[in-house]
Design a binder for this molecule. Structure first.
Ligand code: NAI
Length: 721
């Protein structure tokens, strides 16, 4: 018997032989989220199911092609005014999912991404089936927003998969693919997408008639030993806490709160759900969470921004064939992200040895993916087959885009540009990966400068999320749109900036690194500089950073900006002296720190002090002052970039600083930081620094104006971008 379909806004129900199939397909949205409307629809529907004697069990399935449920509606988080508001919303989630867990049998049929609240929903169901489609994965990414799972995830997940596996998922926000989910016991079955619905209906019927029961958990013996007794669990919690503190340096409250919530679930006197809701509420009000939520919105907004203000917006040109000039560090890095994006890649370099080295570097990245089981052996072979090398321009005749990553030398760049233009089709786009040379200067040698722009990748390319696209006044908007669209296809967060010395990222970074160098000139120890900035939240300190990017690269970038901006960026002496002594940083295995043969960083190389202006004499500057001197230089420079039109918005600057130069994510970015501190307070600190270091900290005029008017870069409440 088939009952008529009951169509509601997001949920559609069809009842067949006593099994209700509930399809979630949020209208007009690419993914399903638990908005307030959907939540109330869900409650009503489940109430109706419980009351309807003809329904014995339910199948819950998504109507989207590649998405099951993306989780909570994050915009709703902006409505929380107090911790109580957020706590209440968590409790409502608890009540709704408890009703599901305590109700008639429900089978969760998962195809595509199942995130956050989606995973928590699945945990409340009685049987979970995942498809083996590559897009199917489950995760609890709440810590990335400075939160914890707030709809029972910290309680139901450990109960289902054991403490260690649960902590691993909750603390790292990792994606668990279907096969792994099956191993963990997170899902009960894995099937091909074509039979998902049929199998789910069958299981629902079996659960309803009692012919199938939930299977017992299957953990490894060692895991059980630790998980199942209080002493073992205490060890697991202690280790997890140590791991979190080592990773976050105590700067991120969410993972620690997650540990407390999970622990409360095991304690005899505590109520785990109560603790989870309380901590969720408290975390929602922390600046850390608010800034991480801001970054979520900012990166989401950027995905819709094509980088040009023209109407109508041109369509991006297809980019299927990519030519890369230079198979060096960056060229090979770009190839390693282009091939997985489905592009055919041709790399050119001066000789076969360099080509072979470049191909080997690409292979290393792919092998890493293979080892991590992100790709299969066949995919590995296919990805490698898509990348080839040449010492002449064969294969460039049909390139859609050519990215040059040859030596950082204008003459060389001009020469290759002319060569490229003589072989590629007229429609081809030509991009330079230069880190410092103004794009207009490079484009000046071109016969079609409107098709030449900058695509500044960061190293290592396969790990760094940012791509800075640099445009000059003569660019064809379609060229820009195409480059932006392709950058996104490569999985990058793309900001479009205007041409100028250092563009945005290197320009904002330069005075920061320079300030660290000036501290070295005064005799401040390498450790105390790096430690101060790491405690502020940077992943590595500025001196370590210089070692990482290479002293040659850093001093070259420093020279370009100091030439353009004068006294504000007048170089420090220490870096010059160290590079003159032939130390290049990690790549040369000698810099400010020592490196072993495998490139692993050790402690500070004490002998480097002999090269510095003060020798072995040490000076002390308080950590807070070290932070001010470095960070405020970066804040001011970021504002100047906005003032000069290098940046199109404060949002782009914040995203660029966090994803390109490692500004602490929980601080949102330079502009968010200024808003939180208040422009007046930032200007007053800059004025004070300027008195001590004349010419270096002159507050940007626009910032001073904001200090006077009380204006901000972002609205004080509501959706930030
Ligand atoms: P690299 O020295 O590792 O590679 C450059 C490659 O270009 C070499 O293999 C060289 O043989 C090749 N080459 C030189 N002239 C050539 C020509 N006429 N035809 C074909 N190949 C030629 O240098 P790296 O680090 O890859 O830098 C390349 C570009 O990327 C530079 O413009 C640099 O400023 C920029 N960049 C570098 C970053 C870094 O962290 N290393 C970051 C962002 C940009």
């Amino acid at each position: 018997m088939t009952a008529p379909a009951t169509t509601q806004r997001a949920l559609t129900m069809v009842v067949e032989n006593g099994i209700a199939v509930l399809t979630f397909d949020a209208p007009g949205a690419s993914v399903n989220t638990f908005t307030a409307a959907v939540q109330s629809e869900l409650r009503e529907t489940f109430d109706a199911i419980q009351r309807d004697p003809s329904i014995r069990a339910t199948v819950f399935i998504s109507g989207k092609r590649d998405n099951f449920i993306a989780g909570a509606d994050i915009e709703a988080f902006l409505e929380f005014r107090t911790a109580d508001d957020a706590e209440r919303s968590s409790r409502e989630g608890h009540a709704a999912f408890a009703a599901i867990a305590d109700g008639k049998p429900i089978v969760c049929a998962i195809n595509g991404g199942c995130l956050g609240g989606g995973t928590e929903f699945a945990l409340a169901c009685h049987w979970r089936i995942a498809t083996d489609a590559p897009k199917t994965s489950m995760s609890l990414p709440e810590v990335q927003l400075g939160l914890i799972p707030g709809a029972g995830g910290t309680q139901r997940l450990p109960a289902l998969v054991g403490l260690q596996a649960a902590l691993d998922m909750i603390l790292t926000a990792k994606n668990v693919r279907a096969k792994k989910a099956l191993q963990l016991g997170l899902v009960d079955e894995m099937v091909h997408p074509s039979i998902l619905r049929r199998v789910a209906i069958q299981r629902a019927a079996e659960l309803a008639d009692g012919s199938r029961r939930r299977e017992a958990r299957k953990h490894g013996a060692g895991e059980l030993l630790l998980d199942e007794n209080p002493i073992g669990r205490a060890i697991v919690f202690r280790k997890a806490r140590e791991g979190v503190l080592a990773k976050t340096k105590g700067l991120y409250p969410a993972p620690l709160a997650a540990l407390d919530a999970v622990a409360a679930g095991y304690s005899s006197d505590g109520d785990g759900y109560h603790t989870e809701a309380r901590l969720f509420g408290e975390l929602a009000m922390t600046p850390e969470s608010q800034e991480l939520v801001f970054l979520f919105f900012a990166t989401t907004a950027l995905k819709r921004d094509m980088g040009v203000e023209v109407d109508p917006l041109p369509k991006p040109l297809p980019i299927d064939k990519l030519g890369i000039l230079g198979a060096g560090f960056m060229g090979a890095g770009i190839a390693s992200v282009a091939s997985p994006a489905g592009t055919i890649v041709r790399m050119k370099d001066a000789d076969t040895t360099r080509i072979a080295k470049g191909l080997a570097a690409v292979r290393d990245v792919m092998r890493d993916k293979l080892v991590k089981k992100q790709i299969t052996r066949t995919q590995f072979d296919d990805l490698m087959l898509a990348v080839s090398g040449t010492t002449d321009y064969t294969g460039f005749g049909n390139a859609d885009l050519v990215i040059e990553a040859v030596f950082e030398d204008l003459q060389v760049k001009h020469q290759v540009l002319r060569e490229i233009e003589s072989v590629v089709p007229p429609r081809a786009i030509i991009a330079s990966n230069t880190s410092t040379i103004p794009i207009a200067r490079i484009a000046s040698a071109s016969a079609r400068p409107e098709r030449v722009l900058g695509m500044h990748f960061f190293s290592p390319v396969h790990k760094m999320p940012l791509l800075e696209i640099i445009t000059h006044d003569g660019n064809d908007p379609q060229v820009v749109v195409s480059a932006v669209s392709y950058g996104r296809k490569l999985g990058k967060t793309v900001i479009v900036v205007r041409d100028g010395p250092g563009f945005f990222a290197n320009r904002a970074l330069s005075p920061y690194v320079n300030a660290a160098g000036l501290l070295l000139d005064e005799g401040v120890s390498i450790e105390s500089i790096d430690e101060a900035l790491v405690k502020f939240g940077f992943a590595v300190g500025p001196i370590t950073l210089v070692d990482e990017v290479g002293l040659d690269v850093a001093t070259k970038a420093g020279a370009i900006v100091s030439e353009s901006f004068g006294a504000r960026m007048a170089p420090n002496e220490s870096l010059q002296r160290v590079i003159k002594a032939g130390r290049l940083g990690r790549k040369g295995k000698r810099g400010f720190y020592v490196y072993d043969d495998a490139g692993k960083k050790g402690g500070v190389d004490a002998s480097v002090y002999e090269l510095l202006p003060t020798g072995q004499r040490r000076a002390t500057v308080p950590a807070a002052r070290i932070v001010q001197r470095c960070v405020y230089a970066m804040l001011n420079e970021s504002v100047l970039c906005l003032e000069d039109g290098i940046l199109r918005s404060a949002r782009d600057g914040d995203v660029g600083a966090v994803f390109g130069i490692g500004f602490p994510p929980f601080r949102g970015g330079p502009f968010r930081f200024i808003d939180r501190e208040g422009a007046a307070s930032v200007v007053s600190t800059l004025d004070e620094l300027e008195r001590e270091f004349p010419g270096r900290y002159q507050a940007a005029a626009s910032l001073r104006a904001m200090a006077e008017s009380g204006e901000r870069f972002y609205p004080a409440a509501g959706k930030p971008v």
